[in-house]
Each structure stands twice: as structure tokens, then as C-alpha cells.
Design a protein around this ligand. Structure first.
Ligand SMILES: Nc1ncnc2c1ncn2[C@@H]1O[C@H](COP(=O)(O)OP(=O)(O)OP(=O)(O)O)[C@@H](O)[C@H]1O
Length: 580
């Protein structure tokens, strides 16, 4: 229970107490009128049973007055419960989601490689939604459902311990049955969450790949995968409800059978003159009230177990260790790869004992066949991943000890695949430097040769772009990304195929923009077209994660190695034509 409350409150159990206390007050507020009603009935009954005593009207009026006063008390108690439970739930989930999103930012990208993106989306939306519902509805019910019967048992035992015992006799049996179903509930909940994630993942895949699906007439195959995932989800849902429903109903009936036992025993004692009618009435009326919250807890038990699983999934991510390191780096120093071995998957190294130096304020080009590890080198410089063996140092500081946040402040990156957020173009450029003025944004856009096309759009810089930049062409996205980097003006620049998707007309001007971006900076550039890197200060040639040669363009041509071969092949390919 302690662990459950800890997990669903995101480690902040105290935040649940005021809602729980309000739930308890609300529960008590609901029971008191039943006790008063029992007393009222007894007063009226006595007037008939003992006519000589007459009707105790004073007592009747007093009970009515207390009932009226109680209306206000219960309104206040319910209001407090409503306010506390909902506010606590929404506050916890809003701050929890933000905290988790912030925590994710500090994790290595390797962590995301291991997880399905749809699963992460589900975690932030659906799992938090589940926990939110539990905090707002189930936890207050749980607390009052446990505390109220306990308080009632203690109170009623003073009135008549035999009746109290009869009333609660079957409760342990109901709870025992519930406890026995626990591991089954956990297993079924887990399967259901998996099936739900799988369906979300397939759906995301289907929608994301809709262009390819249409182009390649893949409707059947993809649809089949989607259909199967929904089929699995349906089966998991039916299994969860179908197997747990009867068991929970059984536990509920067992618990409620206490009322029947109590009525039977009470009738017996009443008939034998061992129990007064007023006490019998009191137990009858209070009993119906007491079993209500307890039954509600049992009914929602499945939901609570389900949310316990969601909460554990959230806590597991929160306990994932963020990247360590607090040292500063000198971004003006050389970047040294010292016998670096790295693989995205531990068993398959992508870089193997790689050693070379990226000189400060110079351009280092990475060249090599596709898959040789060029982009991986740039990702390691930005510390998106940590190396497994060897060391990378910037200005003498090992990257493993560097503060990842601070390091990224010194690095501007233009990726091969540019991602634009669902926001205005202006704000997408502003990501480079959040405090940039509109003039600075426009200046960066001008230098990145994208001011003209942005100004021609109906809303100019305020034009919204679709998620991922889907409303812009590949070349336009690339130039927006260069504008971001220009705005950032960081001393280390990583260019991964920055001119890959530009037409010849734009390439010249963007190349000029890049020249400006890289002036007096430490630059690492990847380009498949060797023409664009022939003037680099150093060219590092990679093949299957190993360094095969390094030097200037002319030196490498002269040595006649892999670079010379790639150069020759590219020269030849430029002469190719599509023939009719
Ligand atoms: N996120 C990732 N997770 C797992 N493997 C990856 C990941 N990124 C790259 N790889 C693998 O690592 C190897 C090197 O990839 P990398 O992108 O560094 O090569 P590259 O030389 O830049 O290729 P290209 O020129 O085609 O862009 C490839 O085999 C690739 O499949």
C-alpha cells in the first residue's frame, strides 16, 4: 500500500493526505444522518409502543435541527473533497508530466533507441491519465472505504459488539479473495498495457507511413498489422474484464453478505428479546451507509491495480539515471578521439578504436562510404551518447565528465534530417537562441538564404509549419535549420549533410551562408559530395568504423587510397546521363 501510494503520487505521498482527509470527512458526513434517522424512528416507535410516555417532540425537533445543520456540514465536506481531490490530481499529473519530460531530456539518446516512441507517448498521456483518475477518484474512495468501516466497527462495537461482529464477519473473506486475485490482475493489466502500446505504435506507423503505403499499395500488409494489433487489444481487454469481473463481483458479494448475516442474527436476537429495536434499526441504517464506500473500493479495485502498473512504468522511467557530469569544457580547444569504440548496440561496435584530432578553428571533413560511422562521430561530439571504450576530450576535458547541458551550449548542429516543431517559422528559428529579437531572426534567415521564401508566405515569419516541417520542402527546412545555427553562433559547428537537399540554385548561396557560419569556428562537416569538402583543412576518411587515412585533399589524392577511389567514382558519376 505504501509503495502504491508512493508511486501514484510520483513520490509525493503528502500531497494525497488533504484529499484523503476530505474523503474521510465526507464519509462521516454521510453516516451521521443514518444514525440520526435510526434515533428518529426509535422515538416514533416508542410513542406507539408506550402510549403513556407520549411522543418526545423535543427530541424529534432536535434531530431535525441537527439534520438541517448536517446538510450544510456535508455540503462543505463534499465541496472540500471535490476541491482537494481534483486539484491534487491535476496538479500532480501536470507537474509530473513536465518533470518527466524534463527528465527525458537529460537521458542519453541511447535510452530512446531502446524504447518505442508510441510507448513513450502512451506513458506521458495515457499512463498519467490513468494515475490522474486514480488520484482524483479512487484514492479518496480507498481511504474513506477503509477508514470509515474501521471507525464504524469501533463505534458500533461499543453499542453492541455481537451485531458489529456479525456485520463485518464476511469482510475478511472478501478481502482474501481479492488478495488471491492480485497476481492475476497484475498479469492481465500488464498484458493490456502492452497490447494498448502495440496498437498505438502500429497506428502511429500507419499514419506516419501513409505516403509510402499509398505509393506502394501496401494497404493489405500494413492494414493487416494494424488489424492484428487491434485484435490483440480487444482480446486483452475482454480477458481483463471477463476474468477479473466475476472475481471482483464475488469479493463484493462476500463482503456485502455481512449485512445479511447481521440482519439474520439481529432478527434472532430481537425475537429472543436480547436486542432492542432501536439498536437493530441503528445497525440497519448505518450498515447500508458503511457498505457503500467499501463496495465502491472493491468495484474500483481493478482500476487501482491497473493504475498501479501505470504508476510503476512512470517511476521506472523517472529512476533511469540521467547523463552524469558537471565539468566545463573549453570549446576553443581541440576535440580528440582517443581509441574510441562505440556501438548503439553493445554487441555491434560501429566505431572501432578510432583516434584522430579535430583541430580548433579549422574545418575537419568526415568522408567514407555509407554506414562507415560519420554521423555517429558528430553525435558523440555532442555527447548524445557516451562512448563505451576510449575517450573523447574537448580542450583536454573528457566528455564523460562534462556537463551535457553546458556542452550543448557550445555546439551548433545542422542535421541531415531537419525537424521543425509545430509552431511559426520565426519561432522555429528562435530555437537557436530563445532571447533573439525579431531583427536578429530575420538577419540569420537572410544569411541562411531563407528570408525571401519566408517573406513570400502569407503570414511571413508567423506562418505555422506542420509537425516535422511537413509543409516545407527539404531544401527550405535545411535553410531554416542553418538559420537556427547562425543565430546560436556557437564555437563548435557540426554539419551533417547540410547541403544534401538543396537545388543547384540555392546551393551556392547556402554554401556562402555556411562559409559565414563556420568562420573562426571548430567545424566538423560530413558531405557525400566530396567537391564540397575539398578545401577542408583536414579530411578524415572512415571505413567500417575505422580510420583509414587523413590529410588534405591533394595529399589524399596522391596517396591513392579510399579517398582517391571515392573521388574518382564521383567524378565519373557526374558524367552519367539518363538515356532514352
Ligand atoms: N540510432 C541508431 N541506432 C542503431 N544503429 C544505428 C543508429 N544510427 C546509426 N546506426 C548504425 O550505425 C552505423 C553507422 O551509422 P552512421 O549514421 O554513423 O553512418 P554514416 O557514415 O553517417 O552513414 P551515411 O553516410 O549513410 O549517413 C550504421 O550501420 C547504422 O545502421
Amino acid at each position: 500500500m505504501k509503495r502504491y501510494l508512493y508511486n501514484i503520487s510520483g513520490g509525493n505521498v503528502r500531497s494525497l493526505w488533504s484529499a484523503a482527509f476530505a474523503a474521510l470527512l465526507d464519509g462521516i458526513a454521510k453516516v451521521v444522518p443514518a444514525a440520526l434517522l435510526a434515533d428518529l424512528l426509535h422515538t416514533v416507535y416508542r410513542a406507539f409502543a408506550e402510549p403513556e410516555a407520549g411522543l418526545d417532540t423535543g427530541r424529534l425537533w432536535a434531530a431535525c435541527a441537527v439534520l438541517i445543520a448536517w446538510l450544510f456540514v456535508s455540503y462543505a465536506a463534499y465541496g472540500r473533497l471535490y476541491d482537494k481531490s481534483y486539484k491534487t490530481a491535476y496538479r500532480l499529473s501536470a507537474s509530473g508530466r513536465l518533470r518527466l519530460a524534463e527528465h527525458l531530456r537529460h537521458l542519453s539518446l541511447g535510452y530512446f533507441g531502446k524504447r518505442d516512441p508510441a510507448d513513450m507517448t502512451n506513458l506521458l498521456l495515457s499512463d498519467y491519465g490513468q494515475v490522474e483518475h486514480t488520484v482524483s477518484h479512487n484514492v479518496p474512495q480507498l481511504i474513506s472505504g477503509i477508514m470509515l468501516p474501521l471507525l464504524a466497527l469501533a463505534g458500533l462495537a461499543f453499542v453492541d459488539w455481537r451485531m458489529a461482529l456479525a456485520m463485518f464477519a464476511a469482510v475478511p473473506l472478501g478481502l482474501l479473495l481479492l488478495w488471491l486475485t492480485d497476481s492475476m490482475q497484475e498479469r492481465l493489466s500488464e498484458r493490456h498495457v502492452r497490447a494498448k502500446n502495440e496498437a498505438a505504435s502500429r497506428l502511429q506507423e500507419y499514419l506516419g507511413g501513409i505516403r509510402e503505403i499509398k505509393a506502394h499499395h501496401m494497404g493489405g500488409e500494413r492494414f493487416e498489422r494494424l488489424r492484428l494489433s487491434f485484435e490483440r487489444l480487444k482480446r486483452a481487454s475482454i480477458r481483463l474484464e471477463g476474468r477479473m469481473g466475476p472475481l471482483i463481483m464475488g469479493a463484493m458479494l462476500l463482503t456485502r453478505s455481512g449485512m445479511t448475516i447481521m440482519i439474520a442474527a439481529g432478527s434472532y436476537w430481537l425475537a429472543g428479546g436480547e436486542l432492542s429495536l432501536s439498536i437493530f434499526l441503528l445497525f440497519l441504517l448505518v450498515g447500508t451507509r458503511i457498505f457503500e464506500p467499501l463496495t465502491a473500493v472493491l468495484m474500483n479495485y481493478g482500476e487501482m491495480r491497473y493504475s498501479a502498473f501505470s504508476a510503476r512504468r512512470i517511476m521506472d522511467v523517472r529512476q533511469e539515471l540521467p547523463m552524469q557530469g558537471s565539468e566545463s569544457v573549453d570549446p576553443r580547444g581541440p576535440i580528440v578521439f582517443d581509441r574510441v569504440t562505440f556501438g548503439y548496440d553493445e554487441r555491434e561496435p560501429v566505431l572501432k578504436g578510432l583516434s584522430f584530432t579535430i583541430e580548433p578553428n579549422a574545418i575537419t571533413a568526415l568522408v567514407g562510404p555509407s554506414g562507415s560511422g560519420k554521423s555517429t562521430v558528430t553525435r558523440l561530439v555532442a555527447r548524445f551518447w557516451d562512448v563505451r571504450q576510449g575517450e573523447i576530450r574537448i580542450g583536454g576535458q573528457p566528455l564523460g565528465q562534462a556537463d551535457p547541458e553546458e556542452l550543448l551550449r557550445h555546439v551548433a548542429i545542422v542535421f541531415q534530417d531537419v525537424y521543425l516543431f509545430r509552431d511559426t517559422i520565426g519561432n522555429n528559428i528562435r530555437i537557436g537562441r530563445m532571447d533573439a529579437t525579431q531583427e536578429e531572426i530575420e538577419e540569420a534567415a537572410r544569411r541562411a538564404c531563407c528570408h525571401d521564401f519566408i517573406s513570400a508566405l502569407p503570414q511571413g515569419y508567423d506562418t505555422p509549419v506542420g509537425e516535422g516541417g511537413s509543409t516545407l520542402s527539404g531544401g527550405e527546412k535545411q535553410r531554416v535549420s542553418i538559420a537556427r545555427a547562425l543565430l546560436k553562433n556557437a564555437p563548435i559547428v557540426l554539419l551533417d549533410e547540410a547541403t544534401a537537399s538543396l537545388d543547384p540554385e540555392n546551393e551556392y548561396s547556402v554554401q556562402r551562408a555556411i562559409d559565414e557560419l563556420v568562420a573562426n569556428k571548430t567545424v566538423v562537416v560530413i558531405a557525400h559530395r566530396l567537391k564540397t569538402v575539398r578545401y577542408a583543412d583536414k579530411i578524415v576518411v572512415l571505413e567500417r568504423g575505422r580510420l583509414t587515412e587523413e590529410g588534405r585533399h591533394d595529399e589524399l589524392l596522391e596517396s591513392g587510397g579510399l579517398y582517391a577511389k571515392l573521388w574518382r567514382l564521383q567524378q565519373e558519376s557526374e558524367e552519367w546521363q539518363v538515356k532514352a
